[in-house]
Design a protein around this ligand. Structure first.
Ligand code: NAD
Ligand code: TYD
Length: 335
């Protein structure tokens, strides 16, 4: 199988490439990635000289480049995106450009060359659930995005479905909950809190920390994507969740406990505008139809993740660059 993976130098995409080569050593992978601030070739060092792996630096919005790459693959798995909610609040334009326009460009090429297309999406397209309710998102939940990020992902999901219905594109979509695990870029909640605690800095928790996310280990997400590629019904949307709803405060306290650090490092800061209260996914349909199950529970998954960041200090220290720190300062200005 010849995969075209977009955004394969990011957090989930690079874990997917590790997953594929471990499970299907004979597969061929082309990784198309623009190498934005979030793309990191250090995530894929061990494949650099592998004949079955090819890296192409480029934009999913580049028509000629994408046309040639799509013509030469069997399947496209689209991870490429601007992915950080806070950045989408500071500057939404790139989110529309990559997540909407870029995805549409991939869809055009997939239709032209009659290729199978899988789109990676998020539970954030469904909006916010009330705190302290038992309601969960299902594939039937109407879209109600809150941030420019989730709105751009919602738009791209609609485009994928429209290309399936209108042009007969062989497409599937997965909407997954919050991921954690190795190689996550350092601006996201879990690595950010880990690094701040390591550096003796305050841990900025938005609002009162009661917002709830459903945390899934990235390997379980990627196993779900692989199952959908193999057994998913064309035209379907599958939900993948961690079955591990935790408030942000619980997550941050878990990290501190695993690191042997004190809760006094926690600092409550001004809330994110439009901050969704709660996400929770009902994955029972995916589990029943496709036999997908999770290998990691939250407690052991977090322990493994903290151990990974401990063992890969060079990896994350390299990312504490000037560019990133500038963003970080801008983000917390006035909080
Ligand atoms: P990430 O920000 O770590 O990685 C994104 C990658 O896409 C980077 O390598 C970046 O260089 C690349 N990229 C950005 N714009 C590009 C463009 N125009 N052309 C080519 N490459 C480009 O993101 P992630 O957390 O790995 O998320 C991957 C996908 O999974 C996204 O589509 C995201 O919406 C989705 N998702 C993420 C989560 C999560 O918890 N992180 C949960 C559900 C779904
Ligand atoms: P994040 O990792 O940005 O993912 P998302 O917004 O896509 O869910 O944030 C996860 C949760 O953690 C979210 O409710 C916002 C919160 N958060 C903080 O409280 N402090 C922080 O510094 C960050 C980055 C996030």
């Amino acid at each position: 199988m010849k995969y075209l993976i977009t955004g394969g130098a990011g957090f989930i995409g690079s874990n997917f490439i590790h997953y594929l080569f471990a499970k299907y050593p004979d597969c061929e992978i082309t990784n198309l990635d623009k190498l934005t601030y979030a793309g990191n070739l250090d995530n894929l060092k061990e494949f650099e000289t592998k004949p079955r792996y090819k890296f192409v630096k480029g934009d999913i919005g580049d028509e000629n480049l994408v046309d040639g790459l799509v013509a030469n693959c069997d399947i496209i798995v689209n991870f490429a995106a601007e992915s950080h909610v806070d950045r989408s609040i500071l500057g939404p334009k790139e989110f529309v450009q990559t997540n909407v326009v870029g995805t549409q460009n991939l869809l055009e090429a997939a239709v032209k060359h009659k290729k199978r297309f899988h789109h990676i999406s998020t539970d954030e397209v469904f909006g916010s659930l009330p705190l302290n309710s038992v309601e969960k998102f299902t594939a039937q939940t109407p879209y109600d995005p809150s941030s420019p990020y989730s709105a751009s992902k919602a738009a791209s999901d609609h485009l994928v479905r429209s290309y399936a219905r209108t042009f007969g594109l062989q497409a599937t979509i997965t909407n997954c909950s919050n991921n954690y695990g190795p190689y996550q870029f350092i601006e996201k909640l879990i690595p950010l809190m880990y690094i701040n605690a390591k550096l003796g800095k305050k841990l900025p928790v938005y609002g009162n920390g009661s917002n709830v996310r459903d945390w899934i280990h990235v390997e379980d997400h990627n196993a779900g994507v692989d199952v959908v590629l193999g057994k998913g019904k064309i035209g379907e949307t599958y939900l993948l969740g961690g079955n591990a709803e935790k408030s942000n405060l619980e997550v941050v306290k878990t990290i501190l406990k695993l690191m042997g650090k004190d809760d006094s490092l926690i600092e409550f800061v001004k809330d994110r505008p439009g901050h969704d209260l709660r996400y929770a996914i009902d994955s029972s349909q995916t589990e029943k139809e496709l036999g997908w199950t999770r290998k990691h529970d939250f407690e052991s998954g977090m322990r493994d993740t903290i151990a990974w960041y401990d063992a890969h200090e060079d990896w994350w220290r390299k990312l504490l660059s000037k560019d990133y720190l500038q963003y970080y300062e801008q983000q917390y200005k006035g909080r």
